[in-house]
Ligand binder design. Structure first.
Ligand code: 3AM
Length: 177
């Protein structure tokens, strides 16, 4: 593909929580307990994540600026993923039973840090609905009647590039702390 063209390369970035292997396995097991309609597109195991802050597209040469803004105060916390929902946009999600204060603060701190220099378009106030997307194009999907909460110890956050060129993939660019 003509990726190295006269146009500056643009990258689609977001900051998120990137589960470890054990948590990925548990989320995949959980997704198997749903009843999916045939058209459902399940999130591949290696793409499972929780978005903290979506930055959108920017020129690749601005990545260092973003990285410079990324370190914010961070306290480890644990999520308990246990709310399975289907959203009206056709997204099946698994959500934490509660939003720990440390998660909300991390979201707010990242928003402030990134809005100033790296991403002035970030909304000043945005409702934060932390979720892991399990599947898309889901009109009628049935979550399991009982969800055994998945404990996810969160020890840091990551800057991720969402490369939409086929085969679409996520690339972890930086990990904090
Ligand atoms: O698809 P999910 O929600 O799991 O949260 C969105 C997405 O994760 C967010 O970035 C993540 C990786 O694509 N996102 C994507 N497009 C967005 C947009 N246009 C967006 N957030 C806000 N506006």
């Amino acid at each position: 593909m003509g990726h190295a063209s006269a146009h500056p390369q643009r990258v689609r970035l977001f900051v998120g929580l990137w589960p470890g292997e054990a948590v990925r396995d548990e989320i995949v097991d959980h997704a198997r307990a749903w009843v999916w309609p045939p058209q459902a597109r399940l999130t591949h195991r290696e793409r499972l994540h929780l978005t903290l802050c979506f930055l959108g597209e920017l020129p690749a040469q601005r990545i260092p600026e973003v990285v410079e803004r990324l370190p914010v105060r961070f306290e480890a916390f644990e999520l308990r993923l246990g709310r399975a929902e289907v959203w009206s946009g056709g997204q099946a999600v698994l959500r934490p039973l509660a939003v720990p204060g440390a998660l909300q603060m991390l979201h707010d701190r990242l928003g402030r840090a990134l809005r100033w220099h790296a991403a002035p378009w970030l909304p000043r106030r945005s409702s934060f609905a932390p979720h892991v997307t399990l599947a898309r194009d889901v009109r009628a999907a049935l979550p399991p009647p009982h969800v055994l909460p998945i404990a996810w110890p969160v020890t840091g956050y990551t800057l991720i590039e969402s490369d939409l060129r086929p085969p679409a993939r996520y690339r972890v660019l930086y990990e904090y702390p």
